[in-house]
Structure formats: structure tokens, C-alpha cells
Write a protein of this length. Structure first.
Length: 195
């Protein structure tokens, strides 16, 4: 029984380290050896948990998608509060200024990553855009353009994270999101006031 707990804990630690490396170095910016060194195990031991770096990357993205679903299910039923919570998720949960989204971190090396990994990235993106579409379509005035607004907000949040990562300043993220809030307000979507 102890071995099962230890293996599970090691697997979770591997995933946590890999996610952090993806978000701070990008998928192409780390190796299995980097993960092994940070976890404190030998590189061959990683293969016991993940047969390839691709499998590790896919699992990191699947976990991120699952975490987003869980987060989304727990948000307020009020559309404006949901959108504000989404901005806060990016700012605090994805550590604006210090890291980027695990899916966004794979975009720069898009032509170098495997198809299975691309599908996992798209799945996380699609999950968020679909959820945002639901948020926007809650207001009948936005139903026809909900998908466009959702894609806009997703892209703006990704870009804001990237910009803040370049400067290391969370304020750069906040500046972009303030403009997004203004643009959405002009489109007559009711937003909760910024806290």
C-alpha cells in the first residue's frame, strides 16, 4: 500500500513540476532530465510514469482542462460575476507576470509539437471559449455574437499573460484586462464592477 501512495505522490509531483516548467520555460524549454532533477528521481524513473515527454505534456493539459471544468462548475450563476472570475483566474491562478497558460505556452513551438499534444491544447482552448460563449449568450443581446466575444476575451487574456510575462509586471496584465472590460461594456455586456 505504501508503494501505491508513493507512486501516486511521485506522479503528482512530476505533473506539478512539468506544468511549472511548461508555464515558465515553454514545452520546448525543458527536458525529462530537468523534470527528474527537480523531482529528485533518476531520469529512467520518469518513464515508469510517462513513456514520453509528449505523454507528460498531454497529461498536464488534460489536468488543466479538468481543473478548468471544476472551476467553471463552481463559479457564480451571474454572468457578469463569471466573467470577472475568469479574469481573476488568469491573473491569480495562472500567475500573471510570472507564468503563462500551459496551453498558450505551447503555441510558439506549434510546428514542433506532436499532433496529440496539439489536440490537447485545442481542447483546453475550446473548453474555455465554449464556457465564455455560454457566459455571453446569457444576455439575449449577445447571443448572436457570443462566440466572437468569447474568442476575443480568450485571446486577450492569453496576450495579456504573455505581455506580463515579458515584463514580469502583473500591472501589464491588469492594463490589458481593463481595456477588455471597457470594450465589452461598450458592447453593452453588463460586467460586475472591478473590486
Amino acid at each position: 500500500m505504501t508503494a501505491v501512495i508513493e507512486t501516486s505522490t511521485t506522479r503528482e509531483e512530476i505533473l506539478s513540476v512539468a506544468r511549472n516548467l511548461i508555464q515558465t520555460r515553454s514545452y520546448l524549454g525543458f527536458s525529462f532530465q530537468d523534470v527528474a532533477d527537480r523531482v529528485g528521481i533518476r531520469k529512467p524513473s520518469l518513464y515508469h510514469h510517462f513513456p514520453t515527454k509528449e505523454a507528460l505534456g498531454v497529461e498536464v493539459l488534460h489536468e488543466a482542462t479538468h481543473a478548468f471544468r471544476k472551476w467553471a462548475a463552481a463559479t457564480s450563476p451571474v454572468a457578469a460575476l463569471k466573467l470577472s472570475a475568469y479574469f481573476e483566474l488568469y491573473r491569480w491562478g495562472l500567475r500573471a507576470g510570472l507564468a503563462v497558460c500551459p496551453a498558450g505556452a505551447l503555441a510558439p513551438g506549434w510546428d514542433c509539437i506532436e499532433p496529440k499534444l496539439r489536440r490537447a491544447v485545442r481542447s483546453l482552448r475550446d473548453e474555455q471559449v465554449e464556457w465564455l460563449s455560454g457566459v455571453f449568450s446569457a444576455d439575449p443581446r449577445n447571443r448572436r455574437r457570443a462566440g466572437v466575444l468569447a474568442a476575443f476575451v480568450f485571446a486577450a487574456c492569453q496576450g495579456a499573460l504573455l505581455s506580463a510575462r515579458m515584463t514580469g509586471a502583473v500591472e501589464d496584465f491588469d492594463t490589458v484586462i481593463a481595456q477588455v472590460r471597457t470594450a465589452i461594456a461598450v458592447k453593452k455586456f453588463k460586467l460586475a464592477p472591478k473590486e
